[in-house]
Design a protein around this ligand. Structure first.
Ligand SMILES: C[S@@+](CC[C@H](N)C(=O)[O-])C[C@H]1O[C@@H](n2cnc3c(N)ncnc32)[C@H](O)[C@@H]1O
Length: 282
C-alpha cells in the first residue's frame, strides 16, 4: 500500500505524523533515548506483549530481544500500510520471537481478557481526547493479566523547541493550535498520564521523563527528522491567525528550514514521559 508523503505525514486512516516515513526518521533520530526507554519498561523474557499502535514496527526488534525466543508479540494498528510493514518485518527472520500483526482499533481490542503479560504503547495516546483516553486505559487493563505491566510512552510538547528560534514563537503557535487540535492538546498530556493509570486502577505507577536534545552539527537522520517537524509546524502556522511577525518567521522557516537548522547555536529539544503500572491481583 502507498505511504503518504504530505507535509503532515498522515496515515491513510487520518493520523498526522503517523506515516512510516515520519516514524522511521523519528525513531532513528532518537534511537538511543528510545531504546533506553523501552528497556526501562520492565518486560521480561518469555512474555507475550501487545504493541498497541505499533505503527510500522520500529520498536519490535528490541522488544523481541527483550521477550526472547520463548516470548511472543502481537502488534495492532489502525493503518493498514503500517501493519503491512510489520508483516514484512515479521517474515524477514530478523526478529527474536514470533510476531503476529493485526489491523484494528485500540478502543475495541480484538483480544480476550487477561491475554497479555505486558502492553507497550508509544507515541499513540496523543490522538485521543481525555475521555477517550480513559476508555483506552480500560481496554488496555482488560487485555493484560493480573500482575502484568502496562507501559506508555507519552509525548509532552511543552518542551518542544527549535532554538535559537525564540521560544515564544512555538508557545504562541501551540496555544492557538491546541484549542481545536486533539493531537496537539493530547501531546501536552504526557506528564499527566499517571492520573489515567490511577483512574484505571493500576498499581506501582512510576513515571520517567526523558529530554532528548540535538545540537549543531546534526547527523543526517536528525536533520531530516527536524526538517520534517519544521515542515509540519510551518504548515500548521500557515493555517492560523498568528501575529504578522510570527507568520513571517514561520514562512521563512517553510522556505528555508536549513537556515535555522544550520545555525551554530541550533538546539532541538523534545520531551516525553514513560509511565508504567501493574494490573492488580484480583
Ligand atoms: C505516531 S504513530 C506511533 C507508532 C509507533 N508506536 C512508534 O512510536 O513508532 C501513531 C500510530 O497510532 C495509530 N493509531 C492511532 N489511533 C489508533 C487507534 N484508534 N487504533 C489503532 N491504532 C491507532 C496510528 O495508525 C499510528 O500508526
Amino acid at each position: 500500500m502507498k505511504q503518504t508523503r504530505d507535509a503532515y505525514q498522515t496515515t491513510t486512516t487520518g493520523h498526522k505524523l503517523g506515516s512510516g516515513h515520519h516514524l522511521d526518521r523519528h525513531y532513528y533520530a532518537l534511537q538511543k533515548e528510545y531504546e533506553e526507554t523501552l528497556r526501562a519498561a520492565g518486560f521480561q523474557s518469555g512474555w507475550h506483549v501487545l504493541d498497541a499502535g505499533s505503527g510500522n514496527g520500529l520498536f519490535l526488534p528490541l522488544l523481541s530481544e527483550l521477550v526472547g525466543s520463548s516470548g511472543a508479540i502481537s502488534a495492532i494498528d489502525l493503518a493498514p500500510e503500517n501493519i503491512e510493514e510489520v508483516e514484512e518485518l515479521a517474515k524477514s527472520g530478523n526478529l527474536a520471537c514470533p510476531v503476529e500483526a493485526t489491523v484494528g482499533d485500540l478502543t475495541a481490542l480484538p483480544y480476550e481478557d487477561n491475554h497479555f503479560d505486558g502492553l507497550w504503547s508509544a507515541n499513540v495516546t496523543q490522538y485521543f481526547t481525555d475521555e477517550q483516553l480513559s476508555q483506552l486505559m480500560g481496554e488496555f487493563r482488560r487485555v493484560v493479566k493480573p500482575n502484568g505491566v502496562i507501559a506508555i510512552k507519552g509525548v509532552d510538547i511543552s518542551v518542544w523547541q527549535f532554538q535559537p528560534q525564540h521560544p515564544i514563537l512555538m508557545w504562541r503557535l501551540l496555544e492557538l493550535e491546541s484549542r481545536d487540535n486533539t493531537q496537539l492538546s493530547g501531546a501536552m498530556r504526557g506528564t499527566r498520564l499517571p492520573g489515567w493509570f490511577r483512574d484505571a486502577g493500576l498499581t506501582e505507577i512510576v513515571s520517567k521523563t526523558t529530554l532528548a536534545e540535538r545540537r549543531h552539527p546534526l547527523k543526517g537522520v536528525e536533520r531530516e527528522y527536524i526538517r520534517g517537524n519544521l515542515e509540519f509546524l510551518s504548515k500548521l502556522a500557515a493555517g492560523q491567525k498568528l501575529p504578522e511577525i510570527d507568520a513571517k518567521e514561520w514562512r521563512a522557516i517553510a522556505d528555508t528550514p536549513d537556515a535555522l537548522i544550520n545555525h551554530l547555536d541550533f538546539c532541538y529539544r523534545e520531551m516525553y514521559v514513560l509511565t508504567t503500572g501493574r494490573v492488580p491481583m484480583p
